[in-house]
Design a protein around this ligand. Structure first.
Ligand code: TRP
Ligand code: ZN
Length: 890
């Protein structure tokens, strides 16, 4: 077998394009069973390129080439060559016009990249390399040009025809067809091109910019979803206003369009003036969407809108620079969400994702730097590392420079690079120039993979009132990077006295401050910091607001954590103390020898700490809910050398039950106090109440196996639910229980919602996430449910993606979980490689499991690598996971 069927692309090989495109005119004609694309472009040789002569090489995939014309003359077939991935024209002048006619078959496009069909409509997805499935082109982000798009289609089925920019013409054609023409005045790379054709209805609103321009805002959906767009529209207007107020950025076209589609590989896409969204991130009504959905919509709408400046007006030079636009835009949408809702809860959720998903990736065979150095398939690099760790890098710059210098740096970045395709260095350089700081050491954060480990030692000298910190950092090796160097770490800290008073403001010494915190800059492998003027040994609150994406080597006693969980003035750190305490307790339960455990597994001091939280005066109920929520199994397992899924599961659930039993009356009191059945409002208060009741019910349900009163509580919560949030809280609780209630509620839910695909995704997902004993069998059955389809990524993610995260059942010792997911992945790979590769995530860390599981996981990965016709997407993930074993072993 060929061991390296796919060659990696490397950052060091980057070369400027040999040709530039002056403008591009597309004529796209949609017919019943195919689409014709005539692409007319004006090209010239790039004076900045190394090579000044040679053929023209264009990218193209899955295309039927019908005609090539150079300056109007047909090019003879022997003067060009096609491969499955390219078109090469031997001889071209320095300046010329090129016309390429291609035929494509969007109805057969199950990969959902390029032009495809979703629920009757046509739509496109061009990032990262989908445009080459529409026509042969210089499909790379550093080739920018003005796009002119003409669309022709049958008028009755496709009354709405959309593309980027401004509508400049429309009219009727013979045989019941019509056309529209769109002109986009802003030069853009091909990945930002978009087209939509369908029978869609719209809601329309408008926004008046700071400078007084009136922007038309439109959201296009299928008619039956028209009433579910208000929240998305409101979110868009909030985002537009926020970006003006905080970043001074205004929208630049006269029209902003959003289209919701059912079949979509990711969340949404920031195409210039014509965002295309996974319907999940547009449609919401109280009956069909949960509070989390509402929050997700607000965040994704903002994210795509913010891309208009960070991504579109200033774009990426190459795909290695992906975090330039994604990390920055995620940071911006996180800032926005923090301003809209509970800032502490927003930060908590960001950190949960980082720790649970990004830290895991960073310690897996797929670990890569925020700016990767090579890839086989770029679609595999839309990762939590590039997005979320990337956002943390921007946050660190914000913390290091301070607010004022950060915004100056940002403004400079935009001013310097508007209309350009640039690199991560360009961004950091603008920050450096605006702040007068040398940020070159900071670039290591972009180039070095892995999560730094911080070790902290405290010292205290009573006589001198001298408090000292020794901070050392160390980053473990990652694939291809055996040796690591120190990175600059902004460490926000505070000191408290025994009564919980914050001493930070009264500290002597010339420490830099950020708001209420002291900023320590850790740049060396080991470093000392001293604080004077203290009268008693202080309590340390460290890494406030999670000021850097690092792991803290645990150095605090449980008592200290319990103290901080009550007293810390930094709300994030208060949560973090409770979270770290829970984590330690759960870890104890997993690792201690079960033989010498007594009846009660968890310490009184922990139970007391959690009880004082439940009884505390925290008024932000969302925050209280987060403080009570335990770290997930998937988080706890990271700290285990070798993972025993059975033991983890038993210990985890035993711990949860013990805690629930201890807190039962408190939880019931809270639940009754905040349970509300009034009309749904998406307000901070109401979301907090529902969230808190949800956590209470989740704990209580863990005791419900032999308790009819608690089972009844789940039932009544479901029956009285006036919105999807409450309904899902109850259903999730009930599905953990085996028995009548579960079956009754699942049947009721299906019956009520089978016409709503996004709601049915929840129905599939909740069953796949269940801890009940028969879960693998249920998932197997659901694969054959008439509403399950491999062609719909949301449905695949709901069932298979969720099941892969169901740690205990996915890793069931029989191997049945592995076999099920492997079978689906292999079948899906032929249809949609992007999604198939993502579903392989749960196999990646096979080395962490016992011998038998290792063997089964590895066999699964091998079957992927060796699958005839495997996609580069799946090949890359599976082969990297196997590591050295990938090549030919076994
Ligand atoms: N750029 C998009 C975003 O972050 C995400 C994206 C990249 C995407 N590739 C995609 C979306 C492929 C759908 C399909 O907002
Ligand atoms: Zn993005």
């Amino acid at each position: 077998m060929d061991q390296q069927p796919f060659q990696p692309i490397r950052l060091v090989d980057y070369q400027p394009p040999e040709f530039l495109v002056e403008r591009l005119s597309l004529c796209i004609s949609l017919a019943a069973d195919h689409t014709l694309v005539r692409a007319t472009s004006v090209l010239h040789r790039n004076r900045d390129a190394a090579k000044k002569s040679g053929p023209l090489l264009l990218s193209g995939e899955h295309l039927e080439l019908l005609e090539v014309r150079l300056n109007g003359e047909k090019v003879a077939p022997d003067a060009y060559r096609t491969t499955p991935e390219s078109l090469e024209i031997d001889t071209v002048p320095d300046d010329f016009q090129l016309e390429v006619v291609t035929r494509l078959y969007p109805d057969r496009n199950t990969a959902l990249s390029g032009l495809y069909r979703s629920s009757g409509m046509y739509c496109t997805q061009c990032e990262a390399q989908g445009f080459r499935r529409i026509t042969y082109y210089l499909d790379r982000p550093d080739v920018l040009t003005r796009f002119f798009t003409r669309i022709e289609a049958e008028a009755e089925s496709f009354p709405v025809l959309l593309a980027n920019g401004n509508l400049v013409a429309a009219g009727r054609l013979p045989q019941g067809r019509h056309f529209v023409e769109w002109d986009d005045p802003f030069p853009k790379p091909s990945y930002l091109f978009a087209l939509v054709a369908g029978n869609l209805s719209q809601i329309e609103d408008s926004f008046v910019t700071r400078s007084g321009r009136r922007i038309v805002l439109q959201i296009y959906v299928e008619e039956h979803n028209r009433h579910k767009c208000d929240h998305a529209m409101a979110s868009l207007k909030k985002a537009m206003k926020w970006d003006e107020e905080v970043y001074g950025l205004e929208y630049d076209l006269d029209q902003y369009m959003i289209v919701a589609v059912d079949h979509f590989n990711m969340g949404a896409m920031e195409n210039k003036g014509l965002n295309i969204f996974n319907a999940k991130y547009v449609l919401a009504s109280p009956e069909t969407a949960t509070d989390q959905d509402y929050l997700g919509i607000q965040a994704v709408i903002a994210h795509e809108y913010f891309h208009n400046w960070t991504g579109n007006r200033v774009t990426c030079r190459d795909w290695f620079q992906l975090s330039l636009k994604e990390g920055l835009t995620v940071f911006r949408d996180q800032q926005f969400s923090a301003d809209m809702d509970s800032a502490a809860v927003q930060r908590i959720n960001e950190v949960r994702t980082l720790r649970q998903v990004q830290f895991r990736e960073d310690s897996s065979p797929l670990a890569h730097p925020v700016r990767p150095e090579e890839y086989v398939e770029i679609n595999n690099f839309y990762t939590v590392t590039v997005y979320n760790k990337g956002a943390e890098l921007i946050r660190m710059l914000y913390t290091l420079l301070g607010e004022a210098a950060y915004y100056r740096g940002f403004a400079l970045y935009i001013q310097r690079h508007d209309g350009q395709a640039v690199t991560c260095e360009d961004f950091v350089q603008a920050m450096a120039d605006a702040s007068g700081r040398d940020l070159s050491p900071f670039m290591r954060w972009y180039t070095q993979a892995g999560t730094p480990q911080l070790t902290i030692q405290e010292s205290w000298q009573q006589e001198q009132g001298l408090y000292g910190l020794t901070v050392s950092q160390q980053t473990p090796p990652t694939p291809g990077q055996p040796r690591k160097v120190p990175v600059p770490i902004p460490l926000l800290i505070g000191l408290l006295d025994d009564q919980g008073n914050d001493l930070t403001a009264t500290l002597s010494g010339d420490h830099e401050r950020r708001g209420d915190d002291v900023l320590l800059e850790v740049t060396e492998a080991e470093q000392q910091f001293r604080f004077t003027g203290l009268t008693s040994r202080p309590h340390l609150s460290v890494l406030r607001s999670f000021s850097a994406p690092v792991k803290l080597h645990s150095f605090r006693t449980r008592d200290e954590l319990a103290f901080l969980s009550v007293h810390d003035h930094d709300l994030f750190n208060r949560w973090d103390a409770a979270f770290s305490l829970s984590e330690l307790v759960l870890l104890d339960l997993v690792t201690e020898d079960s033989a010498d455990r007594d009846e009660r597994g968890i310490s009184d001091s922990y139970l007391q700490a959690m009880q004082s939280l439940v009884r505390s005066s925290i008024t932000d109920l969302s925050l209280l809910a987060e403080a009570l929520r335990l770290p997930t199994e998937n988080y706890v397992l990271q700290k285990l050398e070798q993972i025993d899924p059975d033991r983890l599961y038993q210990a985890y659930h035993r711990g949860k039950q013990e805690l629930a039993a201890f807190l039962e009356t408190d939880l019931l009191d809270l639940y009754r106090k905040y349970r509300s059945t009034g009309a749904y409002r998406f307000s901070r208060e109401d979301v907090g109440q529902r969230s808190l009741c949800g956590v209470c019910l989740d704990y209580l349900a863990s005791l419900a196996a032999h308790r009819t009163d608690l089972t009844e509580l789940c039932r009544s919560h479901y029956q009285e639910a006036g919105n999807m949030t409450d309904r899902m809280i109850a259903l999730t609780a009930a599905v953990q229980l085996e028995g009548d209630l579960r079956e009754a509620l699942l049947a009721d839910f299906e019956q009520a919602w089978h016409r709503e695909p996004l709601v049915m995704d929840k129905w599939f997902a909740v069953q796949a996430s269940s801890s009940a004993a028969d879960t693998v069998g249920r998932v197997e059955k659901l694969l054959h449910h008439p509403d399950f389809s491999l062609n719909n990524p949301n449905r695949v993610r709901a069932l298979i993606g969720t099941f892969g995260q169901n740690h205990f059942h996915f890793h069931h010792h029989s191997g049945s979980g592995y076999r099920l997911v492997t079978r689906v992945i292999l079948e899906l790979d032929a249809l949609n490689p992007q999604v198939a590769a993502r579903m392989a995530g749960p196999f990646v860390s096979w080395r962490r499991y016992d011998g038998q599981r290792q063997q089964q996981l590895r066999a699964s990965l091998r079957s992927m690598v060796e699958k005839p016709g495997v996609s580069r997407d799946l090949y890359e993930v599976a082969n990297k996971s196997l590591g050295d074993q990938g090549e030919g072993a076994g």
